[in-house]
Design a protein around this ligand. Structure first.
Ligand code: NAD
Ligand code: UFG
Length: 338
């Protein structure tokens, strides 16, 4: 009997790609999503790609009775917890909504897991917990901080999960600190589908390429980087998805709680990304250098060594695949899942 993984937020961008890797690895997948930032169509396409069935439940991680019924009627081995709100600007305007959804939601989820005796958890954290790093590359021992409610919600969750593990060492918890996920499944069937104007670079560039936006605003041209624009560690979402399967295997080693950077270790600037995307789509893309975006750091990239040695995971796909796959998805689905 294959193991069942409960995937909260499994219809979202990273969750849907991870479902494919889980199915390929022989797990059974149960998605719980309230579709606040996604579509049930994503899970339908995941099934089409994998040629396997995914059980999907529409519901909220804050709904304790629903969680109890899910845990009592399924033999869940572990939970991969993607469900959360993720827009930094929105979190500044609506902090209580972010704390309720992300922090309270995680408390309710862990409470239900504890009642059910399910103590294996993979949590979606973020490189945002490193704040403005004092040096690069960033390793997991760097000090953490937050500059906005979204980032603080991730930090608070990491800390509450630490407390949970102290109270009950039977918990096994992987805190996966993602750098900048981009790209899409190579089929072009699933990808990132922002509900509004994209906040993030890659989906914005893709929408310029497909004609939905006029030009890219490059936020700042005077950073201390090789071309003056911000540098990030972009990681292909399929590599990131693979990291979750490795983390599940690691949980079985009864290793306690540990944070892992999931990044490539390579930093690319905004203009590097734009040029690579132009190559992938065969078009020249318009851009203008505008003011810095408040809260942005100049450079951020991972030291991915811990994940390499302890999870036996490292990123394989390079910038060309990231852009080619993002473009295939965008070109074939100009309006996303709609
Ligand atoms: P996403 O918005 O595409 O996916 C999140 C999913 O969770 C969505 O399908 C949404 O409908 C669902 N959801 C939200 N609140 C819920 C709730 N209360 N109950 C049930 N479902 C709920 O985002 P994503 O990019 O796939 O991110 C997944 C996770 O990874 C998030 O926790 C995010 O904070 C984290 N993360 C993302 C990035 C990134 O750049 N994409 C970087 C670092 C960390
Ligand atoms: N950028 C632009 N124009 C845009 C959008 C972004 O120039 O329209 C620039 C930013 O200034 C930054 C780079 O592109 O230099 C990347 O910006 P993103 O918004 O794509 O990503 P961030 O690094 O700001 O943040 C992302 C997620 C966070 C997460 C963080 C680390 O949005 O939630 O990666 O994982 F915490």
């Amino acid at each position: 009997m294959s193991k069942t993984i409960l995937v909260t937020g499994g219809a979202g961008y990273i969750g849907s790609h991870t479902c494919i890797k889980l199915l390929d690895a022989g797990f059974q997948v149960l998605v719980l999503d309230n579709y606040s930032n996604s579509s049930p169509e994503a899970t339908r396409r995941v099934q089409q790609i994998a040629g396997k069935t995914v059980a999907a439940i529409r519901g909220d991680i804050n709904d304790a009775p629903l969680l109890d019924s899910i845990f009592s009627s399924n033999d869940i081995h572990a939970v991969i917890h993607f469900a959360g709100l993720k827009a930094v600007g929105e979190s500044v305007a609506q902090p209580l909504r972010y704390y309720h959804n992300n922090v309270s939601g995680t408390v309710v989820l862990c409470d239900a897991m504890q009642r059910a005796g399910v103590k294996n958890l993979v949590f979606s954290s973020s490189a945002t917990v490193y704040g403005d790093p004092a040096s690069l590359p960033i390793n997991e021992a760097f000090p953490t901080s937050a500059t906005n409610p979204y980032g603080r919600s991730k930090l608070m969750i990491e800390e509450l999960l630490g407390d949970l593990h102290v109270s009950d060492p039977d918990w096994n918890i992987a805190l996966l600190r993602y750098f900048n996920p981009v790209g899409a499944h190579p089929s072009g069937l699933i990808g990132e589908d922002p509900a509004d104007i994209p906040n993030n670079l890659m989906p914005y560039i893709a929408q310029v390429a497909v004609g939905r936006r006029e030009r890219l605003n490059v936020f700042g041209g005077d950073y201390p980087t090789h071309d003056g624009t911000g540098v990030r560690d972009y990681i292909h979402v399929m590599d990131l998805a693979d990291g979750h399967v490795r983390a599940l295997e690691w949980l079985n080693s009864q290793a306690g709680i540990r944070a892992f950077n999931l990044g490539t270790g390579i930093g690319y600037s905004v203009l590097d990304m734009l040029k690579a995307f132009e190559k992938a789509c065969g078009k020249t893309l318009d851009y203008v250098i505008s003011d810095r975006r408040p809260g942005d750091v100049a450079s951020c990239y991972a030291d991915p060594q811990r994940a390499a040695s302890e999870l036996d995971w490292s990123a394989r796909l390079g910038l060309e695949a990231m852009c080619a796959d993002a473009w295939r998805w965008q070109e074939r689905n100009p309006q996303g899942y709609k």
